[in-house]
Write a protein that binds this ligand. Structure first.
Ligand code: FMN
Length: 174
């Protein structure tokens, strides 16, 4: 067992340990402060409450899009399906042109305002921000669900640092 002493944390080992908890993989999007779409890959999505319907996720303060997410009023979640690991990787890449391949990078005003939805995903959830909760080096965004929909797709999984399908097989895009 690795005992935690303040200021003496083996971050690599902690990350590896937490990686044993398998999660789904989502892309969260929102309108940026200048109206441009922003988005990133996350696995911190949690369901919180049914009445009212609340979900949450955490954004790293060091993310390029942190300033935009920390001021957004709405965000949208697309829960990725098993063949979308390439998109997951793209949206986890700082500085990448993340939206160019989606609808040729053109979105109508409504879509831009509420956050872009990713085609081919398993499920989509739109939220209005219910609360911002500062938590260490992350900020939790709690959202009240305004719209939701699911499709008949199999979800992508992230565990032990690898994208997988539900059977645990590697789904890393070639
Ligand atoms: C599977 C996976 C899950 C991730 N989960 C989160 C998360 O929950 N919160 C977060 O802030 N970053 C998370 N990241 C990292 C961000 O996707 C990455 O830092 C991204 O570059 C942030 O975008 P930006 O720097 O362009 O704003 C995750 C990355 C991967 C590959």
């Amino acid at each position: 067992m690795c005992k935690l002493r303040k200021k003496n944390i083996d971050i690599t080992k902690l990350r590896k340990t937490l990686g044993y908890y398998p999660t789904g993989v989502s892309i969260v999007t929102a309108p940026g402060v200048n109206g441009q779409p922003i988005g990133m890959t996350i696995n911190s999505l949690i369901s919180i409450s049914l009445e009212p319907p609340l979900i949450g996720w955490c954004v790293d303060r060091r993310a390029a899009s942190f300033a935009d997410f920390s001021q957004c009023q709405n965000f949208s979640i697309s829960i990725l399906s098993e063949d979308q690991s390439e998109l997951a990787r793209l949206f986890a890449t700082r500085g990448a042109d993340k939206f160019a391949g989606l609808c040729a990078g053109r979105f109508d005003a409504g879509e831009t305002q509420a956050g872009v939805l990713i085609p081919g995903a398993c499920a989509w959830i739109r939220c209005s921000v219910y609360r911002f909760v500062p938590l260490g080096d992350h900020l939790m965004l709690v959202g009240e669900i305004t719209h939701f929909q699911h499709a008949d797709e199999v979800p992508l999984v992230f565990s032990k640092g690898i994208f997988r399908n539900l059977a645990g097989e590697n789904k890393v895009a070639a």
